[in-house]
Structure formats: C-alpha cells, structure tokens
Design a binder for this molecule. Structure first.
Ligand SMILES: Cc1cc2nc3c(=O)[nH]c(=O)nc-3n(C[C@H](O)[C@H](O)[C@H](O)COP(=O)(O)OP(=O)(O)OC[C@H]3O[C@@H](n4cnc5c(N)ncnc54)[C@H](O)[C@@H]3O)c2cc1C
Length: 466
C-alpha cells in the first residue's frame, strides 16, 4: 500500500501517535532514514510526561516532577545530543549523593577516584554513617551477588517475588531495606522494595549502580523540561521533512485486512503506510476496535498499573540549602533538589523541589496537609528554613506517573511488533527491559523506528499490486 502522502524519494509515510519521548525519538530516527513522518500530539506541546509549565506567580518554569537521568541512560543522552540540547543538562563526572538524616547527620554516597566498578563505591560505603557495620557487610555481600548474577537465567523466579523478599533471603535487615536499598529503588522504580519485583530491583542495581564507574552519575536539565525538548524536537522533525501536528488527537486506527491504512483524528483521516502508536497502554485500546483491544496479544497490557509521584515546590525568601540536591533519610521528603542552583536563578530567594516517589500515602493528601507535613521536615534538614519565609508553595501530583514494576508485570509489557502488520508500538511501557524512564521511552522509540523501516522496506520490495 502506497500512501498519497509519499514524496518522491521518501521511503514511505509513517504516522506517529504521541509526542512524548517515545514518539519523538521514533519520529527523529525515522526522518533520519528518509521516512516521511507525521507526528500527532493531542496536547499543544511536546514531551509527554516529561513537561514543564510556567508558574503564573513566580514566572518560573516548574517541571511536572523532577526528572533525573543516570550515566547509564545512553539512549536518552544520545537523543538529547541528536537534538543539540545535551549541553542544557548537567551530568555529574563522578557519582556524589549527599544523604542526610533527620538529626542532620550527613553521609556521602560517592564514587572513589581510580577504582573500577563496583569497587569504586566501597570507600564511601565504609564511611556511610547511616548503617551499622553488620548491615554494611551484609549489604556488600548482597551487592556482590547482584553484580555477579545472570538475572535472565533466574528471570521467572525473580519476577515471581518482591525485591524485599529477595533482600531478606540475602540477609538484609529492615533498616538496610529502608536506608540503602530504597534509596535507589524508590527514585528509579517509583515504588518501594516491598512492591517491585526482585527482577527489576536487581536490574536497577546492576545497570544503574554497579555496571560501570559512571553508570550512576546523576544528570538533570538546567531548564524546564518543555523548554529542553519541545521546540528542539519539533524543529528537528520539520527540518528533516516531517510534520508535527500539535493539539491533534488520534481517535481511531483504520484497520483493514490486518493492516492499518490510516489514522482518524475526528476531523480527517491521515493515510499511512505504517503507524507507530507511542501512547500509554491505557490509551491504546481507545484507538483499536473493541475486538482487537480484547485480543490475546493486546489484552495483557491492560493489567499494567500506574504508580504516583508527588512534587512539592517551595520558594523561600532566602537561601536555605547549599547542595544541588540531596536524599533525606527517614523523612517523607525523600529527595530535595535546589532548583535555584540547578537552573541558575537569581536571588535573593531560593526555589526547592521535593520529589516523593511511590507516593501512595501522600498523593491523596490535601495541599494544606502536605504543607503542614513538608515545611517542618524541610526545617529539620535545612535549619535556615526555620527563619526563612515561604513565599510560594505548590503541589504537582502525577497519579499516572510510571507503570508499576510489581511481580509479574514484565509479562504484561508488549513488544514493538504487533499482529497488525504495519502497526508498531512504542512507549516506556513496551518491552525494553528498562523501568518506566525517559531511557526506556527513547529506547522504545528507536526499536519502533527499526521495525517501521523493516516493514516499509518489505512493502516496497513487494509487487506493485500489493
Ligand atoms: C512526575 C514524574 C517524574 C518522573 N521522573 C523521572 C525521572 O526522574 N527519570 C526518568 O527517566 N523518568 C521519569 N519519569 C518517567 C518519564 O517521564 C516517562 O517514562 C517518559 O516521559 C514516558 O514517555 P513516553 O513517550 O513513553 O510516554 P508519554 O510521555 O506518556 O507520551 C505519550 C504522549 O501521547 C500523547 N497522547 C495520548 N493520547 C493521544 C492521542 N489519542 N493522540 C495523540 N497523542 C496522544 C500524550 O499527550 C503524550 O504526550 C517521571 C514521570 C513523571 C510523571
């Protein structure tokens, strides 16, 4: 099938549905390979779940939630480089995480210079003040097992149990689970060790922390997330011959004889040689017929679940925090980011963002209750906050932030290929092997692009009547 939209020399036409990182990375990879792309995004801006908005009162860009990437997120950083915006982010040269408890005791989780992974973590771990020697020895042995483990060999067993169960079997105390293992698990997997599968917990430590000296280096944008991505991605696609239709939702896929022939937007039908669906799993069924949505291929995805993140944004009239960011132990704050420093905002005030992952307890709380809980906690960690004035306090709740990596959930993620020959899936929730992250979204987009090119080339090599 050859669409009327194909321009001379183009490999074929692909409609990409969804302008999150998955759809954008697919679209950018496709225009690079001579595919004519139309990208449909229902909102008036690109970036999907990684977006920012301008706060009317302060005039500052506020992210929908603090987004962090790690040194091991090579697809995401490659995508930022492709768009020419990587230098608008900061990536640590060496891992350094200040960890503060409620009594003000500060520990440092950091990479030692010159030592290879995973030995690079040992010096700071030995000095880490928040765990006793016995817990440290046991944690070290568990990390060693994780580092050496071929997790694919034990996939079924690991996917069938929680990470906490696995940690307990490997001698970890409740304190160690809360202080050490959740420090990494909560922000990466957006759920606690009690909820995630051992398979994904181990993946987070293997790939995120232990894999290489720089794999856990922390990176973040120095500008609002929409400012980072939206215009740069739109320009990239249009300058390479594609088109981006903002404020345009796909309402239905037109499927005949197990092939998508077009995408209905409610206003028109866009013809397509191939389609990439880069929408979340709970939107996909709306685009399919009820029969297809219930098909045994697509139906498992309906079993995926969302996990919430709560972001709390506080503007003080003066500086209260010195570090760029820190993790707070035994505190609902979890992680605090100094947005004034990160974004280079002028004084005299200071803007902080508190990021609460796996926020099951805090997501239902009213703004005033969150304020009554968070401000004293901030004063506990930053004593200067006690004498500072809070000039603005806003809460951003993202109830559908990331898909859950609970035991068994990996089986509900779908691969890029579908039974509808020229319909390809992308999205952080597809089978990338990664948890719900920007890295997973970009990887999925690239996998989808490879699949589209394969399908288009196969169609081009068929006889003209096909
Ligand atoms: C608060 C928060 C904090 C996070 N923190 C981190 C972090 O620190 N590090 C990290 O790596 N990840 C983080 N994530 C996860 C990360 O944002 C996601 O994994 C990633 O952005 C998902 O991208 P995606 O393209 O797969 O999906 P989405 O971003 O959901 O994109 C889907 C797009 O499809 C569009 N769409 C939906 N229906 C239609 C339709 N019918 N027609 C057209 N368009 C449609 C949507 O508007 C959206 O733009 C966080 C997420 C949240 C919410």
């Amino acid at each position: 099938m050859v669409s009327e939209l194909r321009s001379p020399g183009a490999r074929g036409h692909c409609v990409v549905i969804g302008g999150g990182l998955a759809g954008l990375s697919a679209a950018c990879a496709l225009v690079d390979q001579g595919v004519q792309v139309t990208l449909l995004e229902k909102r008036p801006f690109l970036g999907g779940r990684a977006y920012s908005f301008t706060d009317a009162e302060t005039g500052q860009e506020v992210d929908n939630g603090q987004h962090v990437y790690l040194g091991c997120c090579t697809a995401y950083t490659g995508f930022l480089q492709q768009l020419g915006v990587f230098d608008r982010t900061t990536l640590q040269r060496r891992l350094r995480i200040p960890v503060v408890d409620r009594k003000g005791k500060v520990g440092l989780f950091s990479a030692a210079p010159f030592l290879p992974a995973p030995l690079h973590l040992i010096p700071s771990f030995l000095k880490f003040p928040h765990l006793g020697l016995r817990d440290k020895v046991r944690a070290g042995l568990a990390m060693l097992s994780i580092h050496r483990m071929d997790k694919e060999k034990h996939r079924e067993a690991l996917e069938g149990q929680t990470f906490r169960d696995w940690l307990k079997q490997h001698g970890q105390s409740d304190r160690s689970c809360d202080v050490l293992w959740n420090l990494i698990t909560l922000p990466i997997l957006n759920d606690s060790v009690s909820d995630v599968s051992a398979y994904m917990g181990i993946m987070a430590f293997q790939d995120g922390l232990l894999h290489g000296r720089n794999s856990a280096n922390i990176g973040y944008s120095r500008v609002g997330l929409t400012e980072l991505i939206s215009d740069a991605a739109k320009d990239y696609i249009t300058q390479h011959g594609g088109q981006v239709l903002l404020g345009n939702a796909a309402t239905k896929l037109i499927i005949t004889h197990s092939n998508v022939t077009g995408v209905d937007t409610g206003l028109e039908v866009l013809p397509a040689d191939t389609v990439v669906s880069a929408v979340p799993w709970d939107v996909l069924p709306e685009l399919l017929s009820p029969e297809l949505a219930a098909d045994r291929y697509f139906a498992p995805a309906n079993k995926l679940e969302w996990s919430p993140i709560v972001g709390i944004h506080v503007w003080y009239d003066r500086p209260v925090m010195e570090e760029d960011f820190l993790a707070a132990l035994d505190s609902p704050l979890q992680w605090v980011f100094n947005k004034s420093r990160i974004q280079g905002l002028p004084g005299p005030g200071q803007y902080l963002c508190v990021s609460m992952s796996g926020a099951w307890e805090h997501a239902p709380m009213a703004k005033e209750a969150l304020r009554a809980m968070v401000l004293p906690e901030l004063e506990q960690v930053f004593p200067e906050a006690a004498t500072a004035t809070v000039e603005r306090f806003i809460v951003v709740k993202q109830l559908a932030a990331t898909f859950r990596c609970t035991p068994g959930a990996q089986a509900h993620r779908l691969p890029q290929q579908t039974p509808v020959g020229n319909l390809v899936l992308a999205g952080d929730w597809t089978q990338t092997g990664w948890p719900a992250t920007m890295e997973s979204a970009v990887r999925s987009g690239r996998l989808a692009a490879t699949e589209v090119v394969r399908a288009l080339d196969a169609a081009l090599s068929e006889p003209a009547s096909s």
